[in-house]
Write a protein that binds this ligand. Structure first.
Ligand code: ZN
Length: 194
């Protein structure tokens, strides 16, 4: 899948995941707008959830193209191997957690208090950055080449090649934008409460 399509596909899957599982807080309904207006200017739970949603969406987009770093840096081995695998995603998540823990420790040692709110946002960012990589892998798994999801064991994982899409062809655009339209339609319906 191409870079731009990865961004669109990640945004689509991020919306779908948020609508179904709410990793960044409760879903918004159009009637919420009235409560926002009623509480405009006052710090509220709505403001906190909006921050969570911004962190969630920006982080899932930030890593939309990250697994393809294996095309530029050779230490990751062949393209669509380690960085497109379960092990790779797990490694990335633990590396982020490690950095987060080191940073928190460093701040505490220097007398800087880290609030529960900041810690929650940090954990949400780690989850969202990891999800962004997973969405990328899902996007690549519908293409002809598939991914080596169970790296280091070799073997293509993805939809059957007869039904897969070809990279950088019209089928890729049709697939990405059809998924986007369907998700957009379903989310629109749930937002307006039909
Ligand atoms: Zn890729």
């Amino acid at each position: 899948m191409q870079g731009t399509n990865h961004l669109v596909f990640n945004a689509t899957l991020a919306v779908a995941t948020e609508s179904l599982l709410h990793p960044a807080g409760p879903a918004f309904h159009w009637t919420n707008v009235f409560s926002w207006l009623a509480h405009a200017g006052a710090p509220s739970a709505v403001g906190t959830v909006l921050v969570y949603k911004c962190v969630y969406y920006s982080c899932t987009l930030l890593t939309a193209r990250l697994p393809d770093v294996d095309q530029r840096i050779r230490i990751f081995g062949k393209h669509r191997g380690f960085t497109h695998s379960f092990v790779g995603v797990l490694f990335f998540a633990f590396a982020l957690l490690g950095v987060g823990l080191l940073l928190t420790n460093f701040l505490l040692k220097h007398g800087i208090y880290v609030s529960q709110e900041v810690l929650t946002i940090g954990l949400l960012a780690i989850l969202s950055l990891t999800l962004g990589c997973l969405f990328h892998i899902i996007g690549d798994s519908v293409t002809f080449k598939g991914v080596d999801f169970f790296w280091p064991s070799e073997g293509r994982v993805g939809v059957p090649q007869d039904y897969s899409i070809r990279n950088e062809t019209w089928s890729e655009y049709i697939f990405v934008y059809c998924v986007m339209l369907v998700v957009g339609f379903l989310v629109g319906i749930s937002f307006f409460g039909f």
